[in-house]
Design a protein around this ligand. Structure first.
Ligand SMILES: Cc1c2[nH]c(c1CCC(=O)O)Cc1[nH]c(c(CCC(=O)O)c1C)Cc1[nH]c(c(CCC(=O)O)c1C)Cc1[nH]c(c(C)c1CCC(=O)O)C2
Length: 333
């Protein structure tokens, strides 16, 4: 559950004492925050506490979390010449080794109770943050690059892809048992730009991560691709080399099943805002979702991240309803 920590009082309490990226860089603290939801709820997996923006940071785009204001950026990319001042060939272990350490510490602390998921942002989403410096309703500054400077855009996307591959392989070597790739800004592209500036890199990442792991005789881990609002590309995404395809809440489960065929596992996709509903309604919404996806080749989840004003009790209602309804369905099959 992305950026989920903020709805937990214990996370907010921790944040009064420590800055966000300070927590990311400190393996013990990152481990502690990762475990908070695991202690509270009967969850089936943990996701390492970190952020997709640690890669842009390591490349030289300053990202800070400013109290009361949110993310603030410095050194944003304004024109293609700015790519040259980025650090595209840094030593991953040196710059991002703190994430690997956090994974190793957390994997030990979990003691096999639930698997640990590592993650990265996908190239286009990272590129758009490096240009826009935050969320934008149009992403027009970043999209301008794709139309006005397509070659420079591809150069940047390729540099990000190479880094992401090393970063994900390093996470598996550190102990991650599954990997999720977040293409959070996919929807803004539409089919044509997505085919050219997102999908080829998403494919490269799955293919090359698997090859790198095989080369080093490391057992492969399941890979999850989540391209938000990419309803136009579900068929292609389901064939892009990932075991699991994450779905946002706008997708109809039956359509996703039809388009993705028989081998891909689907993950999602309750509207996070359904957590504002009364508990009994959450139970009904979950029941409908699970019965549409079925209990096989399915990971129950939300369709995107949670908001800070959501009630932890609603999360409990969601998790418990998933277990209750899937167990009932399995028993009657
Ligand atoms: C786009 C994106 C980001 N970060 C991430 C994405 C992809 C998922 C998505 O589509 O949302 C991914 C992410 N970010 C975080 C996680 C770890 C798991 C978790 O704690 O939920 C994960 C998987 C922690 C976080 N990342 C962030 C928080 C909140 C930090 C805080 O305010 O204390 C957490 C727990 C901050 C963050 N980081 C980002 C945003 C937009 C924000 C919110 C900033 C704001 O509110 O102004 C970038």
């Amino acid at each position: 559950m992305r950026q989920a920590g903020r709805y937990l009082p214990e996370f907010r309490e921790f944040r009064t004492k420590h800055e966000f990226f300070e927590i990311c860089r400190n393996p013990e603290m990152a481990c502690e925050i990762t475990l908070q939801p695991i202690r509270r709820f009967d969850l089936d997996a943990a996701i390492i506490f970190s952020d997709i923006l640690v890669i842009p940071q390591a490349m030289g785009v300053d990202v800070k979390m400013v109290a009361g204001k949110g993310l603030e950026f410095d050194n944003l990319l304004k024109s293609p010449e700015d790519i040259d001042r980025l650090n595209c060939t840094f030593d991953i272990k040196k710059e991002l080794g703190y994430v690997f350490d956090a994974i190793t510490v957390t994997r030990h602390k979990l003691e096999g109770k639930v698997p640990l998921i590592g993650f990265s942002g996908a190239p286009w989403t990272l590129m758009s943050y490096m240009i826009e410096g935050g969320s934008s309703s149009t992403s027009s500054k970043a999209k301008r690059w794709l139309y006005a400077h397509p070659e420079a855009s591809q150069r940047l996307l390729q540099a990000l892809t190479d880094i992401i591959i090393e970063y994900l392989v390093g996470q598996v070597m550190a102990g991650a048992q599954a990997l999720q790739l977040f293409e959070s800004n996919a929807g803004i592209l539409g089919h044509s730009l997505f085919s050219k500036f997102s999908l080829p890199y998403i494919r490269q990442i799955s293919t090359r991560v698997k090859a790198r792991l095989a080369e080093q005789s490391i057992t492969a881990v399941p890979m999850i691709v989540f391209a938000k609002d990419a309803h136009f590309a579900l068929e292609e995404l389901s064939q892009s080399g990932y075991e699991v395809m994450g779905l946002d809440w706008t997708v109809k489960p039956q359509n996703a099943r039809r388009l993705s065929g028989a081998t891909v596992t689907l993950q999602g996709n309750m509207d996070p805002c359904a957590l504002y509903a009364p508990k009994e309604s959450i139970g009904k919404i979950v029941k409908e979702m699970v019965s549409k996806f079925g209990t096989q080749r399915y990971i129950a989840n939300l369709g995107h991240g949670m908001y800070p004003d959501m009630d932890p009790e609603a999360v409990k209602a969601f998790v418990d309803a998933v277990h209750e309804h899937s167990a009932a369905m399995n028993a009657s099959n």
